[in-house]
Design a protein around this ligand. Structure first.
Ligand SMILES: NC(=O)c1ccc[n+]([C@@H]2O[C@H](COP(=O)([O-])OP(=O)(O)OC[C@H]3O[C@@H](n4cnc5c(N)ncnc54)[C@H](OP(=O)(O)O)[C@@H]3O)[C@@H](O)[C@H]2O)c1
Length: 288
């Protein structure tokens, strides 16, 4: 296993690879055969990726909860020693009735979800447990308060947040130590990193910022792949627009860790390559 550039997982001081693997596309509708997903996870480990992002709700619907976590557990078990030290970051706080995405971050539901995730992942303690989203019916203090109790009980090692703004980060931090924030962030959508102050707050507090949908997300791929400026910079470097988009994210702050999704080997291989792509001032000006 090679050593990739590292980033700090918040104040824990724990280090993870500067690019993580987003495992979501392996479990939603249209998902690839299980053998392919396992091969992608194993390839990521071989390439030195030490952060895998998942969630209980990366599945088809409520009857399939934990699909992605079980898949990762199987891949890591097959990988044996080379999976040692890998941080699997999961989440709770959503449900999938009839395949829809519904927020439910009531404390009792988070506890149930966490206990189910422990089983699905086959671990005694979850390395990073993230509140998937703030439930408008539940003050963030109550949701995070339950995560703090789960941490005190030893079921969670570290707590993260997702889909939050700067004020919500501050409110959560008053209840429990937080190590990471996971929000949508790509070069053509900066609203939930820069626009809402979340990235700045992460920098001030020393938290990791996990950038999701870093190459445009499931529905925004063309925003990146067909972007003229990204294509021009990519051509100059003999790279792809996706690699330029990831390299741009990595330049934004030492706390940014893009977590590109992958269900094909070529996607994770390309994403890891972006770590050696250095953009110069001219490239950054062109990208805008
Ligand atoms: N916290 C949240 O609310 C939230 C929401 C959405 C996503 N996430 C997390 O963030 C991760 C990433 O988001 P995402 O999967 O929606 O979008 P994404 O990372 O922008 O990727 C979308 C698709 O782009 C392709 N791709 C990725 N890297 C590539 C590369 N270097 N070159 C060419 N194609 C590439 C992959 O296709 P193939 O599948 O064909 O390989 C992937 O499925 C998810 O997997 C999930 O773990 C979190």
């Amino acid at each position: 296993m090679q050593t990739l550039p590292q980033r700090q997982l918040g104040p824990t001081g724990r280090m993870v690879s500067a690019i993580g693997l987003g495992a979501m596309p392996m479990s939603l509708a249209g998902r690839p055969p299980e053998s392919q997903s396992i091969a992608v996870i194993r390839r990521a480990l071989e390439l030195g990726v030490t952060l895998i992002d998942t969630a209980d709700v990366y599945c088809l619907d409520d009857s399939d909860i934990g699909h992605n976590e079980r898949l990762i557990a199987r891949a890591l078990a097959e990988a044996g020693q080379s999976a040692k030290g890998v941080v699997v970051a999961t989440k709770g706080g959503l449900r999938r009735p009839r395949g829809e995405w519904v927020v439910d971050a009531r404390p009792e539901r988070l506890r149930e979800a966490c206990e189910r995730s422990l089983k699905a992942l086959g671990v005694e303690r979850i390395a990073l447990y993230q509140l998937h989203a703030v439930d408008p019916r539940v003050p963030i203090e109550e949701s995070v308060g339950e995560l703090a109790r789960l941490r005190e009980e030893g079921k969670i090692e570290a707590i993260g947040l997702s889909n939050v703004n700067a004020q919500e980060i501050d409110r959560a931090m008053r209840v429990a130590p937080i190590v990471s924030v996971q929000n949508r962030f790509h070069v053509r959508d900066r609203r939930f990193a820069i626009g809402n102050g979340a990235l700045r707050r992460c920098e001030e507090l020393g938290l990791a910022f996990l950038a999701y949908a870093p190459v445009g997300g499931t529905h925004g791929r063309r925003l990146i792949s067909e972007d003229p400026a990204l294509r021009a910079v990519a051509q100059k470097h003999g790279a792809t627009p996706e690699e330029v988009a990831l390299a741009w994210l990595l330049r934004q702050s030492p706390c940014v860790v893009p977590i590109p999704g992958a269900s094909r080997l070529s996607s994770i291989e390309s994403s890891v390559r972006s770590l050696s792509l250095v953009l110069d001032a001219e490239d950054l000006a062109r990208i805008g």
